[in-house]
Write a protein that binds this ligand. Structure first.
Ligand code: C5P
Length: 402
C-alpha cells in the first residue's frame, strides 16, 4: 500500500512528557506508511522513554544534543532541518513551547526548529501537559505566538491525564497524528467541497430477527470517504450495516434498509456538491415485515415471501433539481464497459465507476474502470485506499472542468 507519507522524511522531536510512549507508536505508524523518521530527544524526553526504543523503531541513531560530533560537519541541526519535509515536536512540553515561542536554541530540538528553512520545513507541535500548565496564560500566550509565527498546533485533546486530573492537555493519539500528517501532505484538491457518500450493504428485514443483505463490506466507500476528507472535503458518509471504523473527521450516519438510506440521503443531497453512491443497495425488500418471528408450523411448508422494489437512491438524487455531481458504481460480472455505460445513461449521471463484482466484494484491493461521456479510463488493480485516492483526483479534475 502506498500513502502520501511514502518517501517523506520527517524530523520527530520529543521533549519531556509521559506521552513519549505514544510517539514510539507514531514512529512505527510513520515508517509503516513509508516515511523515514529522524528522531531527536531532549534530555527531559530521555527521562520518559529511551533513545534505544526510538532508534530501534526508526532504524536511525537518535540525535540527543547539539554537541553530538557524529555528523561529519558537526551540524545536526542544519542537516536534519534541511532534509526534512516537516518537523513534528511530540510531545511538546510547556517548557519547549515557551522556548519555541521565544526563539531560544539551547537544546537540539529548539535549535533545529529555529534553524529550519521556514518555507520548506513546516513546524508542527503536539502539546502534552497537565491541564493547569496548558491553561496558564503564559502557555496560551506562547501557543498564540507559535501560531502567529506559522506553526501548526495539533491538539491537545481533553480527557483523563496521567496525573489523575481530567481536562485539556492530553497529546493526540499516535493514529490521530499519523492521520493528520497524511492529510497534511495530501494536495487539497477538494478543499471545502461538500461530499455525500453511501457505503456498505443494506439490510432488508423479514421479521424481527431475519433479513436479506449482501456481501458488500463497505471498504471502497469508506476508503473514498477517507481520501476525500484528506483532500480537504467536508464528508458525510451514510453507511449500511458494516463493521468498519469511521475515518477521522468524517460525519457518519448509520442506516439499515434502502428506504432508511434514501430518507437519510434525500434531505442532505441538495446541500452537497458531490454525491458518490458506493452502497450495494438491495434491489428488493420483503413486501411486508412480520411483526413477530416467523415460526415453523410443523407442516414442512416454507413461508412464501413477496417482494417490493426498492427506490433507486442514486437515480432519485440525480433527478433532483440542482442535483449534486453524481458518481455511481456498477458491479458487473461481464461486458463491464457496455453494461456500465448503459447504466450511467439510464441513471442520468456524469460518471460511473465499473468493477467486476466477484473480484471486489470483501477484498482489500480492486480494479476500476471510470466511464463518463468522454470514454473510459482504467485504474489497474491496487489497494482500495490507493484507488480511492486516484478516484478523488479524477473527480477533482472533472469538478474543475464542470
Ligand atoms: O442498478 P445498480 O444497482 O447496478 O446500480 C448501482 C449504482 O446505483 C451504485 O452506485 C449504487 O450505489 C446505486 N444504487 C442506488 N440505489 C439502488 C440501487 C443502486 O443508489 N436502489
Amino acid at each position: 500500500m502506498t500513502s502520501t507519507l511514502t518517501g517523506r522524511h520527517l524530523v520527530l522531536a520529543l521533549s519531556g512528557g509521559i506521552a513519549g510512549y505514544k510517539t514510539a507508536e507514531l514512529v512505527r505508524l510513520l515508517t509503516q506508511a513509508g516515511a523515514s523518521v529522524q528522531v531527536m530527544m531532549t534530555e527531559a524526553a530521555c527521562q520518559f522513554i529511551t533513545p534505544v526504543t526510538m532508534q530501534a523503531l526508526s532504524g536511525r541513531p537518535v540525535i540527543l544534543d547539539q554537541w553530538d560530533a557524529s555528523a561529519p560537519n558537526n551540524m545536526h541541526h542544519i542537516n536534519a532541518s534541511r532534509e526534512a519535509d516537516a518537523m513534528l515536536v511530540a510531545p511538546a512540553s510547556a517548557d519547549m513551547i515557551a522556548k519555541l515561542a521565544l526563539g531560544r536554541a539551547d537544546d537540539i530540538v529548539s535549535l533545529t526548529a529555529l534553524a529550519r528553512p521556514l518555507e520548506r520545513c513546516p513546524l508542527i507541535v503536539a502539546p502534552a501537559m497537565n491541564r493547569e500548565l496548558w491553561a496558564h496564560p503564559a502557555t496560551q500566550r506562547n501557543v498564540g505566538q507559535l501560531r502567529a509565527d506559522g506553526a501548526q498546533v495539533w491538539g491537545p485533546a481533553a480527557g483523563s491525564q496521567a496525573c489523575g486530573e481530567v481536562g485539556d492537555g492530553r497529546m493526540l493519539e499516535a493514529a490521530d497524528l499519523a492521520e493528520r500528517l497524511e492529510a497534511w501532505f495530501t494536495p487539497q484538491r477538494l478543499a471545502g467541497v461538500r461530499v455525500l457518500i453511501t457505503a456498505g450493504p443494506t439490510f432488508e428485514p423479514i421479521d424481527p430477527v431475519r433479513g436479506i443483505t449482501n456481501r458488500s463490506s463497505g471498504k471502497m466507500g469508506f476508503a473514498i470517504a477517507q481520501a476525500a476528507q484528506r483532500a480537504g472535503a467536508d464528508v458525510t458518509l451514510v453507511a449500511g450495516p458494516v463493521a468498519l471504523a469511521t475515518p477521522a473527521g468524517v460525519r457518519r450516519i448509520d442506516v439499515q434498509s434502502a428506504q432508511e438510506m434514501l430518507a437519510a440521503v434525500l434531505p442532505l443531497a441538495p446541500e452537497h456538491r458531490v454525491f458518490i453512491a458506493t452502497a450495494a443497495v438491495a434491489d428488493w425488500r420483503p413486501a411486508t415485515i412480520a411483526e413477530h418471528k416467523i415460526k415453523k408450523d410443523g407442516s414442512g411448508a416454507a413461508p412464501a415471501l413477496a417482494f417490493a422494489e426498492n427506490p433507486d437512491i442514486l437515480a432519485t438524487v440525480a433527478a433532483l433539481p440542482g442535483a449534486p455531481y453524481c458518481v455511481g458504481f456498477a458491479a458487473e460480472s461481464e461486458k463491464l464497459l457496455e453494461h456500465a455505460q448503459a447504466k450511467r445513461l439510464r441513471k442520468g449521471i456524469p460518471l460511473i465507476v465499473a468493477n467486476l463484482g466477484p473480484a471486489t466484494f470483501g477484498r482489500d484491493d480492486n480494479a476500476l474502470l471510470l466511464i463518463d461521456a468522454d470514454g473510459a479510463r482504467e485504474l489497474p488493480r491496487a489497494p482500495k485506499t490507493d484507488l480511492a485516492r486516484h478516484l478523488i483526483d479524477e473527480l477533482a479534475q472533472r469538478l474543475h472542468r464542470a
